[in-house]
Design a protein around this ligand. Structure first.
Ligand code: PEP
Ligand code: MN
Length: 455
């Protein structure tokens, strides 16, 4: 890739869309053909953006509201999107569950809910090991559809730059469908029945959900009766996109200046986040993100220290821009009480306002005796409830949740009202990476949060 010197000197050293290349990029693919990589980056860079700077600025404003306590964030989606799941049913089902959950959360929080999918770009994954061994064959690990292929052959596991272009196209197709659905009748708040998933009626939570829907519809009818207007705004909803900005060549490709606005926007997504394994202060990912103006998520796990966190905030948000930083903590039910308070105190002591979001998934992953990666519903709820209480005790505020989920009826996580047990896991385990809450478990999470907040 060519090094184009560009503006941006936030922390003394010049930033450019390629300055990250001088740093170590953890978790990155090693491409055999640098010219093909450079050509692909250039090709994606010449294609139209997936999102616009207007949308990004609007989301930043919404996140700033959430940080002040005036809105609540629901961020959710697959652990990893796959190219072959870029089909109408899974996308529509994901949208439906996000809309249903957000409705339940509006009811519980009495606040507007900002919906952010882990979608239209969540194609690259950090892995705990660089390689995978089966029998006496060792191959590079599968790193997500944007990088290589899942099948266990040397050709499939070879990082292929052209997959980046496929990822951009899949993201575009996904986003096009989401935009069409959310702008037309599908997302009309007067007709939440359009979002029903076929098995809602069998759920033990069906009655509770119905009651919430009815009460919201009554409120809407009431408002339109006294104002005499059918609010057009209620017929459409905003859904923003997010993904882990892990594959920096892909992120770089869509990062550019826009007319009449200062700074560089990463136009591959509204809300990129820095994962736990790539948050090194002197690493390539932090270097890349400091120079873009999108709102940023930072995942923080049990290993995060107060000094490290302060360092990240100083580098990534020197101007203290409202809505810029969302800290997504993922400590695990067993560790959140020990780990979170010092970090919350450190942010406060630095005089900063951030948005705190809880990811109750990634600190609660376990492997069953038969070797299946899973998560227990009770632990997920436990970490969420502890997080709400801890923030409150610390005079802080939990402003959102980050969940791995699907609108499909998979069996990947244990527990929930459906009472999934270990023997069920093999029935419909579809994730190639982390286990997701299924439709019913996801709705149940929203209802439990809602109840917790109203009590
Ligand atoms: C993820 O969100 O899928 C992920 C890998 O998270 P983390 O960086 O928090 O481990
Ligand atoms: Mn995951």
């Amino acid at each position: 890739m060519s090094v184009v010197p560009e503006s941006g000197t936030e922390s003394g050293t010049p930033w450019s869309v390629t300055s990250w290349q001088a740093r170590t990029a953890a978790q990155s693919a090693k491409y055999g053909d640098p010219h093909e990589l450079a050509r692909t980056v250039e090709e994606i860079g010449a294609l139209p953006p997936l999102v616009t700077s207007w949308e990004i600025e609007e989301l930043k404003a919404q996140l700033a509201r959430a940080a002040r306590g005036d809105a609540f964030v629901l961020q959710g989606g697959d652990c990893a999107e796959s190219f072959d799941a870029c089909r109408s049913e899974p996308i529509a089902a994901m949208l439906k569950i996000l809309l249903q959950m957000s409705l339940v959360l509006v009811h519980g929080t009495r606040k507007s809910v900002v919906r952010i999918g882990r979608i239209a770009g969540q194609y690259a994954k950090p892995r705990s090991a660089d390689s995978e061994t089966r029998g006496d064959v060792t191959l590079p690990a599968y790193r997500g559809d944007l990088i290589n292929r899942d099948a266990f052959t040397p050709q499939d596991r070879e990082p292929d730059p052209r997959l980046m272009l496929r990822a951009y196209e899949r993201a575009g197709l996904t986003l096009n469908f989401i935009r069409a659905l959310t702008e037309g009748g599908f997302a009309d708040l007067h007709h939440p029945e359009y979002w029903d998933l076929s098995f809602t009626k069998d759920s033990v939570y069906a009655a509770e959900y119905r009651k919430i829907v009815d009460s919201i519809r009554d409120s809407l009818d009431f408002v339109s009766a006294i104002t005499g207007v059918e609010a057009e705004a209620l017929r459409r909803v905003d859904v923003y996109t997010s993904h882990e900005a892990l594959a920096l060549p892909y992120e770089q490709a869509q990062t550019r200046k826009v007319p009449r606005r200062p700074g560089h926007y990463n136009l591959s997504t509204h809300f990129p986040w820095i994962g736990m394994r790539t948050a090194q202060l002197d690493g390539a990912h932090v270097e890349f993100h400091r120079g873009i103006v999108n709102p940023l998520g930072i995942k923080i796990g049990p290993a995060m220290t107060t000094d490290w966190l302060r360092g990240l905030l100083d580098v990534l948000d020197p101007e203290r821009t409202p809505g810029r930083i969302t800290l997504i903590h993922r400590m695990g039910a067993g560790q959140v009480e020990a780990r979170l308070p010092a970090l919350v105190e450190a942010v406060r002591a630095a005089g900063r306002t951030v948005l705190w979001v809880c990811d109750p998934m990634h600190g609660n992953t376990e492997t069953t005796p038969s070797g299946v990666k899973t998560r227990r519903f009770d632990k997920i709820i436990d970490e969420l409830e502890q997080s709400f209480v801890l923030h409150e005790q610390l005079g802080s505020r939990l402003g959102g949740v980050h969940i791995e989920l699907t609108g499909e009826n998979v069996t990947e996580c244990l527990g929930g009202s459906g009472g999934l047990v270990e023997a069920d896991l093999e029935r419909a385990y579809k994730s190639r990476v982390d286990p997701r809450l299924n439709y019913e478990q996801a709705l149940e999470i929203a209802l439990r949060i809602s109840r917790h907040l109203r009590s």
